[in-house]
Design a protein. Sequence first.
Length: 138
Amino acid sequence: MLWFQRLPLTTQQILSDSTDKLVSLAFTADKIAEVSGVRTCVNSVEVELALLNKLEAQISDLTTVVQQFLLIANVFGFGTGLPNYFNEKGLVLNIEKCIFGADKLPFLGCEVPRDGISPSKEKVEALVNYPQPQDVAP
């Protein structure tokens, strides 16, 4: 009956005189709050659980990104000093442009995988699909 104790005093007095069952009391309390404009501070367990699940998912996503970043930093030998290294060199990381955990990266019209460099498919298709000249001027 903790929810009952959190209701305004006048609502508690009205409901305490009732002989209805608990479910109908809760319904009546909601109606009284709706009519009187009083908002109760009681959230349902489902709402709180949904908020906690969302927060847990966001923390998990952030943890995954940080772990990938640190793994890449260790591969390149920077360890935990990577942010300091970039600051010393006057570089700023734009997180929207960073690509982590990719098998290949686009760079200057090329694809750079682990085993070498190859032209990007878009550039090759543009050359292959280029229209043939219709007239040749001497």
